[in-house]
Design a protein around this ligand. Structure first.
Ligand code: 5GP
Ligand code: 5GP
Length: 230
């Protein structure tokens, strides 16, 4: 009886350990710099290599669970990978990363701290599937294949400081990329909800967009959300 119990406990622990390590899909998160930069107490600086072209920029590619407890996700997983800027393959992506994955924090930087942070916090948890180089290469590919700003402009939703309904913003992007998405809001200086980030979802192997299996808690609480200029 005692050894049976021990076996059960061992099996349970093994099942828990394997589920804790895995992930089910990715959020691919893009940010609108206008909303990152105009929120309360948020100073914001151009990168040292100059102002990138106006548009959404990558925030990160985040492995995620589609199982309880919802809202939890793996982070800072064990890795013996080298610093990203010492990886010659990743260095080859730098011009593309500078344009599409800029960091807006102050003091001005070359953005590589942001890329390193995203790799360490999120990328290390999908390393069995996407190597360090693939993590950045695949992110850049999805950035190119989901032109969120163009999707919105096509639907008449422009970054001009005006208000649009959350439903129209969501519908415009979903129609354009043909998959469900999530819009995250933050609060502007006047206390209004504004379009901050767009989460698209990618399958576990990092090969294609999918409908989001689970969405984060709603953050756009007003009917109208602002799309600030940048
Ligand atoms: P915030 O609280 O600003 O939404 O998120 C802070 C940070 O937590 C994000 O930049 C990201 O690193 C992480 N994070 C927030 N929500 C999620 C999520 O649903 N999945 C994953 N994997 N990370 C998240
Ligand atoms: P998270 O852990 O929230 O994914 O990553 C956000 C971290 O990256 C924060 O420590 C933040 O200071 C840093 N960071 C650097 N540049 C940026 C940027 O342009 N946007 C955001 N959201 N975070 C940035």
């Amino acid at each position: 009886m005692g050894s049976q119990k021990l076996l059960l406990v061992t099996l349970f622990l093994l099942a828990f350990a394997s589920s804790a390590q895995g992930y089910d899909f990715f959020y691919f998160v893009q940010q609108w710099p206008g909303s990152y930069c105009n929120t309360n107490n948020q100073r914001c600086c151009y990168p040292i290599y100059g102002k990138p072209p106006s548009g959404f920029g990558i925030h990160g590619l985040w492995p995620n669970y589609n199982r309880p407890p919802y809202g939890a996700y793996p982070q800072n997983c064990y890795s013996n990978s080298i610093p990203i800027m010492s990886n010659r393959q990743v260095s080859g992506l730098v011009p593309n990363l500078q344009t599409n994955w800029p960091s807006w924090t102050c003091p001005r930087s070359d953005s590589s701290n942001f890329w390193q942070h995203e790799w360490t916090k999120h990328g290390t948890c999908s390393e069995a599937v996407l190597s360090q180089y693939d993590y950045f290469r695949v992110s850049l590919q999805f950035k190119q294949s989901t032109n969120i700003l163009q999707c919105l402009i096509t639907a008449g939703i422009l970054p001009n400081g005006r208000y649009y309904t959350l439903a129209s913003v969501t519908a415009a992007i979903e129609k354009c990329i043909r998959h469900t998405i999530y819009v995250k809001c933050n609060i502007d200086k006047w206390g209004h909800d504004q379009l901050y980030e767009v989460y698209t979802c990618i399958n576990k192997s990092g090969t294609m967009l999918i409908d989001c299996p689970v969405l984060p808690t709603p953050t756009c609480l007003s009917f109208w959300i602002r799309f600030p200029s940048f």
